[in-house]
Design a protein around this ligand. Structure first.
Ligand SMILES: Nc1ncnc2c1ncn2[C@@H]1O[C@H](COP(=O)(O)OP(=O)(O)OP(=O)(O)O)[C@@H](O)[C@H]1O
Ligand SMILES: [Mg+2]
Length: 482
């Protein structure tokens, strides 16, 4: 069998090797879901037998395909076949969360119980956290949360990482490091080559585990015992051209039709990148645009400022906390003699625990007021500082910042950069933060959001607040550096 036309890349069938594919196909029929052509092709190649050993040629199978393709169903069929291959086989289905794996497992167990293979299966165990389908021959299939496996040397004859896009490289590799040695032990014991299946739709820039593997395979760096399959639309296909999407989706017209595709499309609304990822199997690297374009950012950098040289300069400190309170950033905003404002990132602290002490110290040292949001991720820190302030001597002076002001802070900073009245002291943490910051709109105004789910926005936000504070400080002195 030749590869389906919608295969973008992958392993060709070696016709000189026998294959277990026909038995997988028969298993699928008996389960009531006969393989569709792409599933059959994968079964034939992945099931190739090494004439030298009489067991599976491949130890690793990588499948990249769009959503709603029949990936998880193919895994069920392969797992069932594998369970029946010999007694006491240990098969695991790992998904993003235990719940995903278990929900999928329940459907499979029901399907099996109703199928012609039911007589070979025992009653499934369905208790949460301990689900298992056992067969009369002693083999079992178990669903597991991917994270449960990390670092454990569980013995496995076959396991699948389904939805592998959800893994970072660290987590994925930790899992594999724990499992690979036990697979070698099982190979010796059972005489059957264990297989690891990694299946997924393309992910995002954060899918570092799957991206890295796919990129290497696509570049031709294919280990001898790995077979791989990459289905999806070519790069020039327009995601909105549903006829073309149908043409390149391996399950189109087989598991669903054009009308259903239109419904799938509607679910994604204006999220075109998400749609293209799901149904064209296109990686979603398109993070939102950065708030401050790189050229504007570079053009408005100035050399770092030394506070000792800034005596007499009105100064304010902007404070911001990242989502989930992972970091606290403090920036200084200074009004320079020419009327322009310079911001400088002072420090990025871990968490918020040590922040009050540092904020009090720095504000007192420079006798400068403080500006921060009293809502959102900063609200807890804000409350703690207010309480400190209310206990006895006034330690801090807060700049006023209404909710309406807060929404204008970002836009005002960007305009200031454009108009040459705001500049930022060069700092690599601040550069990274500017690179990582996108905007999310609420009505006409916007606030900062992260472009990727990693990276900090608090350094840039603290700078924006500091600039706002410097521009809105009450005029009289008293805000001087002593
Ligand atoms: N060969 C088949 N015959 C009949 N139905 C099938 C077959 N393969 C898959 N299906 C059905 O098609 C639907 C999608 O299949 P499945 O969930 O396996 O796809 P998937 O690629 O894992 O999708 P997702 O990416 O959304 O998890 C399911 O309802 C499944 O039962
Ligand atoms: Mg699936």
């Amino acid at each position: 069998m030749t590869a389906p036309a919608c295969m973008r890349g992958g392993t060709v069938r070696h016709p000189d090797r026998p294959t277990d594919g026909p038995i997988v196909a028969r298993t699928a029929q008996m389960l009531g879901k006969p393989l569709i052509p792409w599933q059959r092709y994968v079964a034939d190649v992945a099931g190739e037998i090494d004439p030298a050993t009489g067991t599976y040629y491949y130890d690793t199978v990588v499948v990249s395909s769009p959503r709603q393709c029949g990936k998880s169903t193919l895994i069920d069929t392969e797992d069932t076949r594998n369970a029946l291959l010999s007694p006491d086989r240990k098969i695991y289905y790992l998904a993003q969360t235990g719940k995903d794996a278990e929900n999928h497992f329940k459907e499979y167990a029901e399907q099996l119980a109703k199928s012609r293979l039911a007589p070979l299966a025992l009653k499934p165990r369905r208790s949460n956290g301990g689900m298992e389908q056992r067969f009369a021959n002693g083999s079992f299939i178990r669903p597991l949360a991917i994270t449960k496996v990390a670092g454990h040397g569980t013995q496995m004859d076959k396991f699948t990482l389904d939805e592998a896009f959800s893994l970072t490289k660290d987590v994925g590799n930790t899992i594999l490091d724990g499992l690979t040695p036990t697979m070698n032990t099982r190979a010796k014991l059972t005489g059957v080559q264990p297989q690891m299946w990694i299946t997924s739709t393309e992910g995002t820039a954060e899918s570092t585990f799957f991206n890295d593997r796919l990129d290497r395979l696509r570049a031709g760096d294919v280990p001898r015992r790995t077979c791989w399959f990459d289905f999806g639309a070519p790069p020039d296909v327009d995601p909105e051209d549903l006829d073309e999407v149908m043409r390149w989706h391996p399950a189109a017209g087989l598991l669903w039709d054009t009308k259903q595709l239109r419904d799938f499309r509607a679910q994604f609304d204006d999220n075109v990148a998400g749609w293209a990822r799901a149904f064209l199997n296109r990686r979603d690297t398109g993070m939102a645009e950065r708030i401050i374009p790189a050229d504007l950012w570079d053009a408005t950098a100035i050399a770092p400022l030394n506070p000792e040289d800034m005596r007499g300069t009105p100064l304010v400190f902007g404070v911001d906390v990242d989502v989930d309170a992972t970091h606290t950033s403090i920036s200084a905003g200074m009004r320079l003699p020419d009327g322009s404002v310079a911001t400088q990132l002072v420090t990025v602290l871990d968490g918020t625990g040590g922040a009050p002490a540092e904020i009090v110290r720095i504000c007192r040292k420079y006798d400068a007021p403080l500006i921060m949001d009293c809502k959102g991720p900063s609200s807890d820190l804000h409350n703690r500082l207010r309480q400190l302030d209310e206990q006895g001597e006034p330690l801090l002076r807060f700049c006023e910042l209404s909710a309406g002001d807060y929404l204008a802070v970002g836009q005002s900073y960007v305009s200031g950069l454009r108009n040459g009245v705001i500049r930022h002291a060069a700092d690599t943490d601040l550069d990274l933060s500017a690179e990582n910051s996108a905007r999310s709109f609420s009505g006409d105004s916007w606030r900062i959001s992260r472009r990727a789910s990693m990276g900090l926005t608090s350094p840039l936000e603290s700078a924006m607040l500091a600039a706002w504070g410097a521009n809105h400080m009450p005029e009289p002195a008293g805000l001087q550096i002593y």
